[in-house]
Design a protein around this ligand. Structure first.
Ligand code: ACO
Length: 335
């Protein structure tokens, strides 16, 4: 239930993806796979990969500047930057601090958060709370990843799934009845082992052996994550709707995490929503983890899929395991 009289909404969106494209045909040459398998099991046709000189903050900065340019909001007006990522430039300083420097947001506090593919939903929820409590007025929430840096390109189970990109939103106070109506976040640490990056942290610092054992790359039990995803996408969306007294019949547009078309289809089935109300771009970008929902939201906005007054539901799941959903009554705040 909403306890405060301020209301937070998304007043601008932006995104950026690197130019280099890895097609399914590329993977046919590097691992034992084929275009038909990848498309039928995942819906992915191609994904983007940053070059060796490009880090997550570079993509995040471009997405942020894109949102600022489209909205006319100046760097000095931003008072908090949240970057959701599992591929920070460094252990520290945070990627958010690097973005703060790059865009010249001298009045902003800045921090990273890590909730894997649910990171953008966690970031949006935190920003919503800070705006409703009056702590901050204009918050830049960015989901940004260079998963190509942590994917094992010899492992066909994972390498075909992931891509690089960044999406950004600017959140601010909006009029009553619009903006974020409710969110729902969840986690199940018991199942964290299903999706991990084992080495490089304090549990398993980098050694010659960890490098030899390829422990600095993503490891995933794909079929277990798949089962979890199918269950949680619909459930999380319904919980967020419940939190603002709405039902699945009220959804005008759904922007799900872009991991796999079969996972998206199962959510669509459970929510009984027609396919033309669902945004899909996983075919172009693969799974960009924390960036997926943010990039999809910007593309949906740019393609004018979102109308004033629409009930827009965002929902995602990811490593942790984690999940998150948000319900927004959309309004276009113009350029
Ligand atoms: N090409 C050909 N065969 C492959 C490939 C490939 N690229 N990858 C795996 N296979 C094989 C496996 O080796 C396995 O073979 P085996 O049975 O001989 O051992 C078989 O295909 C597995 O087939 P399925 O069980 O039919 O595969 P499934 O339908 O489960 O699809 C997939 C696999 C796409 C990975 C699916 O499980 C999935 O999408 N899981 C969820 C992944 C996901 O969304 N992760 C989110 C990450 S979120 C984050 O926080 C980063």
């Amino acid at each position: 239930m909403r306890m405060l009289n301020k209301h937070a909404g998304i007043i601008a969106t932006g995104s950026y993806v690197p130019e280099r494209t890895l097609t399914n045909e590329y993977f046919e040459k590097t691992v034992d796979t084929n275009n038909e398998w990848i498309i039928s099991r995942t819906g992915i046709e191609e994904r983007r990969a940053a070059d060796e000189n490009t880090a997550t903050s570079d993509l995040a900065t471009k997405a942020a500047l894109n949102a600022m340019e489209k909205s006319g909001i100046k760097a000095e007006e931003i008072d908090l930057i949240i970057v959701a990522t599992v591929t920070p430039d460094f252990g520290f300083p945070s990627t958010a601090c690097i973005v703060q420097k790059n865009i010249g947001a001298v009045n902003a506090a800045a921090f990273d958060l890590e909730a894997a593919c649910s990171g953008f939903m966690y970031g949006m929820t935190i920003a919503d709370s800070f705006i409703r409590t009056g702590v901050y007025k204009k918050i830049l929430v960015i989901g940004a990843e260079t998963l190509s840096k942590i994917v094992d390109y010899t492992d066909r189970n994972t390498c075909i799934l992931f891509g690089d990109g960044a999406g950004a939103v600017i959140m601010a106070e909006v009029e009553e009845g619009y903006g974020v109506l409710a969110t729902h976040l969840g986690a199940n640490g018991d199942a964290g082992h299903l999706l991990t990056l084992p080495a490089g942290g304090s549990r398993m610092p980098a050694t010659e052996q960890t490098i030899k054992d390829r422990m600095h790359y993503v490891q995933m039990d794909g079929s277990e994550v798949f089962k979890f995803a199918i269950k949680i996408m619909g459930e999380a969306a319904e919980k967020a709707l419940e939190n603002c007294g709405l039902k699945k019949e009220d959804i005008d547009f759904l922007i799900p995490h872009q991991a796999n078309t079969r996972i998206i289809e199962s959510a669509v089935k459970r929510l009984k929503i027609s396919k033309d109300k669902v945004f899909v771009n996983v075919n172009k970008y693969g799974n960009m983890s924390a960036a997926s929902i943010a990039v999809a939201l910007d593309e949906a906005n740019e393609q004018k899929c979102l109308k004033d007054g629409d009930i827009v539901v965002l929902v995602g799941f990811g490593g942790g395991l984690t999940w998150g959903a948000g319900v927004i009554r959309w309004k276009n705040y113009g350029r």
